[in-house]
Design a protein around this ligand. Sequence first.
Ligand code: AR6
Length: 336
Amino acid sequence: MPIQIIRQDITKIKCDAIVNAANKYLIAGGGVDGAIHRAAGPRLQAECLKLGGCNVGEAKATGGYKLNCKYVIHTVGPKWKGGNNNEAEKLESCYKSSLELAKEKGCESIAFPLISAGVYGYPVGEAFEIAQRTCADFLKENDMTVYIVVFNRSALEFSSKLYSDIREYIDDNYVEEQLELYPRSLNIERSISAPAKGFAGSMAVMDEMPCESASVPEFKIRDESFSEMLLRKIDEKGMKDSECYKRANIDRKLFSKIRSNPEYKPSKQTVLAFCIALELDLDETDEMLLKAGFALSNSILGDVIVEYFIKSKNYDIFKINEALFAYDQKLLGSVA
Ligand code: AR6
């Protein structure tokens, strides 16, 4: 199951477990802790007091009371002391312990705030990275829907070299107004050898939907479909299906649908997620997009950002989604 990055008040999320960035006494404090206690009601504090506190990096569970969740998992993040006091290991341990506890309780979904990234002073960008990596590692072996809740988008720090490079690439390549009808990638040769289905829809972001008709008239010579191309590329790369859809941040159920329906019509974000998982270069990406009736456009900011990552051979879907999130663009893979 995929990771979903969302911007919302965590107390409004409906899922099996909500994680609280608590203190070691498990006494309601400020930040997300205060918000969770206020929304859950006083019985949450009463149960917390029976738990005898919690160590940094560990996790303990209580009921969800008035919240839209079965459990609140309380974990205590490290205080930031400059980075040389095992802060990263301790923060990783918060995510691991919370995920293991959620698994033990039979949870299928869990929502995390950015632990330690508020009062405890952890640099937000680094905290976000640890959250994503640790959850992604857990999901390699486990099935769970994980929401990472970034309350305040502007809190993310985009001062790193990566972000200045992205900004530069956007400045050079992003065209705010659509100057021409055709997207960057379209060339006549390719459109003859691999005609796009319903090209008119290529600039629109389509939702996942099964194809209206799965049967193909016998007299037509049919091109390889998106689904067939995807399966072929997975084989060619010597990947397992599960490796591919996990790297694409795609839900297993969605992958099965695509696999079992050769005429499946994916969304543009789904196609791009697979292109990233398969580490396709820009030409191959264009080809795969075209199979599903899409193309990259330099007037869509999200496309320019994805293009930057492909050109830089940086196929880390979580980094890409972090950048897309920062620029308020649709994320790749199965998203909320
Ligand atoms: N929903 C989602 N995220 C939120 C919400 C919310 N309603 N409110 C804040 N955040 P913090 P910490 C984000 O300070 O750094 C408490 O007093 C916030 O923007 O809540 O681990 C405890 O009792 C930030 O990104 O937790 C401890 O004493 C993130 O949640 C101490 O703070 C975590 O910020 C724990 O500090």
